[in-house]
Design a protein around this ligand. Structure first.
Ligand code: COA
Length: 156
């Protein structure tokens, strides 16, 4: 039985996470480990997908992630995720990362990542998700770009 595919807004899928960079998360230079940041990106993205689909969501793929600026011990990392596009059972989620130093009063955009999550049922089987209705010009642009990335990703 397929779900009623009510359209949902992008704003309904927004999830924000804030993390403090503790010593255990850093390398010998006092910079945040890349794997730790990827873990937070994955969790934040999965929460956004599950908020949209109202199901457990599993990670199907992660697009390239570039690390332009080191994130330092003591920085506050804010991750914001939203669904860019919902397909049949899968969703592309965009995660934006900012690193702040409350002491220095700085805020740097450090990463943007795109991940694909699949909505699954209790047996781990893909299950239909809700349609996404972009409302703003920016949301419509991200919706179109997500279609192009899906074509490149899956070759279809
Ligand atoms: C992702 C997974 C659920 C897909 O299941 P499947 O039986 O292969 O399902 P299908 O081939 O019918 O594909 C289902 C959807 O996944 C998408 N998908 C599958 N592989 C993908 C990939 N590598 N990248 C992006 N999307 C992918 C398909 O495009 C399809 O999307 P659509 O319904 O919106 O068109 C399954 O491969 C899986 O469970 N993988 C392990 C997930 C995991 O353990 N993640 C890490 C921990 S959360």
């Amino acid at each position: 039985m397929s779900v009623l595919r009510r359209k949902k807004k992008v704003s309904e899928s927004i999830v924000t996470m804030t993390e403090l960079v503790l010593p255990n998360y850093t390398n010998q230079l006092g910079n945040l480990l890349g794997g730790q940041l990827m873990h937070w990106i994955d969790i934040c993205g999965a929460l956004s997908a599950s908020k949209h689909s109202q199901h457990v969501c599993v990670t199907a793929s992660v697009d390239r992630i570039d690390f332009h600026h080191p994130i330092k011990l003591g920085n506050v990392v804010t991750l914001t995720a939203n669904v860019n596009c919902a397909f049949k059972t899968s969703m592309e989620v965009g995660v934006t990362v900012y690193a702040e130093s409350h002491v220095e009063g700085t805020r740097i955009h450090t990463n943007t990542a795109f991940l694909t999550f699949v909505s699954v049922d209790g047996n781990g089987k893909p299950t239909e998700t809700f349609e996404l209705e972009p409302e703003t010009e920016d949301e419509r642009k991200r919706f179109e770009e997500a279609h192009q990335r899906r074509k490149a990703r899956l070759g279809k």
